[in-house]
Design a protein around this ligand. Structure first.
Ligand code: SAM
Length: 385
């Protein structure tokens, strides 16, 4: 992403119009734009090469904050993404530019593409290779005979393994020259190549807990339990007074499922901004012997939860938003947790030692204790007074 000064405006100038764009959630001193050089490169190329005809059927995969969807809204594209935040940003940015919400069909990654065949498919290369592979495998049956497929990303996010997926699954692939450190990937679909089904979801057994864990293609730690989560599981408490427990950033739902087994009377909330994570958590929970009441929700953390509505929040926080690394989402989750906990309620998190979350949590909650640690991770408990 391009770093801009605080006063730089959010004016996105494209061959298809000029737009005001923001990243969501909005932050006070936002340093990052809602688009990058790859978005600009793609739109300039589409225009220069005359790739868009009035009747073109356009599919956009993994648009970050709606930059491509907004710029191409005249074509009424379908925009499919695994990110609730990407869809939320697209909606806010459409509205802010006086564009109808219906001008972009927003599809979660867990909903199959419609039956139409697309002429132009624009794919922002996702962070997870397994997810790219999954998307490319499903895509083939949705392409028209003359379809053009163009991948786009910053050059450092495109590896030989990325290009292997495009060529191995879709057909002959080449890349553009780099411009402002961004690159495009051009693929000509070869319909004679055999189709292979995508191998997701996958399952693994969580030893000692009697749980089968389900993971769709874009889910964190898909094949085995994360070592931080392993430590956190040992410290999930039991309390017959718990009524409401949230697994915040639930991924495949491991933390919430274990909490449910230990607290069968409690209502469980599984929340993630990844649609695939929420679907995975639901499959994990439904395949278990849990008897709890359960709610599965795609959202921006606890933004839609009422204040003082939870007794326990469990969280292994993310350390990046798409390709941008930082603790800003973790910090936001901690603030949300504080607001949504009842008095006496607790937030229990796992974090890398070097992130110093306990200092932040102490400042936010007034008290926070490191209750366990190993060489790499700490478990911190913060209670709302
Ligand atoms: N709890 C799971 C575990 O322990 O295996 C996953 C932990 S993973 C480190 C962090 C999770 O937070 C990811 O599943 C990610 O999709 C999710 N996440 C990132 N940003 C989020 C947000 N704004 N709201 C909700 N979840 C978010």
């Amino acid at each position: 992403m391009i770093v801009v000064s605080e006063n730089t405006d959010s004016h996105f100038s494209t061959p298809y119009g000029c737009y005001q764009l923001h990243r969501y959630p909005r932050r006070k001193r936002e340093q990052l734009r809602a688009w990058d050089a790859a978005d600009e490169y793609l739109l300039n190329h589409l225009n220069e090469a005359g790739l868009l005809q009035p009747e073109s059927r356009v599919l956009i995969l993994n648009d970050s904050f709606g930059a491509i969807s907004v710029a191409l809204s005249k074509w009424r594209p379908t925009a499919q993404s695994d990110s609730y935040i990407a869809h939320w940003s697209t909606e806010e940015n459409l509205t802010a530019n006086d564009l109808a919400l219906e001008s972009v069909v927003r599809l979660p990654s867990t909903v199959e593409l419609d039956q139409q065949r697309y002429d132009l498919v624009l794919i922002r290369v996702p962070k997870t290779l397994a997810f790219l592979e999954y998307q490319l495998r499903l895509l083939k049956r949705h392409l028209s005979q003359q379809a053009q497929v163009i991948g786009f990303a910053m050059a450092k996010q495109i590896h030989s393994s990325t290009l292997d997926r495009f060529s191995g699954i879709l057909g002959p692939t080449r890349t553009s020259l780099a411009k402002k450190k961004a690159r495009l990937i051009f693929t000509t679909p070869d319909f004679t190549q055999p189709e292979k089904e995508a191998d997701f979801p996958i399952w693994y057994q969580l030893e000692g807990q009697g749980l089968q864990i389900c993971s769709h293609a874009n889910v964190f730690s898909r094949e085995r339990l994360d070592i931080g989560s392993r430590l956190l599981i040992e410290h999930i408490p039991t309390d017959p007074a718990y009524q409401d427990i949230a697994d915040l950033g639930c991924g495949s739902g491991v933390l919430g499922a274990v909490a449910g087994l230990r607290n069968p009377q409690a209502r469980l909330y599984f929340v993630d901004e990844s649609y695939m994570a929420v679907a995975s958590a639901e499959e994990t929970a439904r395949a278990s012997s849990l008897t709890n009441e359960m709610v599965f929700r795609a959202g921006d953390g606890l933004r839609d939860f009422a204040r003082q509505s939870l007794d326990l929040v469990l969280c292994n926080p993310p350390f990046h938003q798409q390709h941008v690394v930082g603790d800003f989402i973790a910090w936001r989750m901690f603030q949300q947790a504080r607001s949504c906990l009842r008095r006496g309620g607790e937030l229990i998190i796992v974090g890398n030692r070097h992130l110093n979350y306990h200092i932040k949590l102490k400042r936010l909650f007034g008290d926070a204790k490191v209750i366990a640690s190993d060489r790499k991770f700490v478990i911190i408990r913060a209670a709302k007074r």
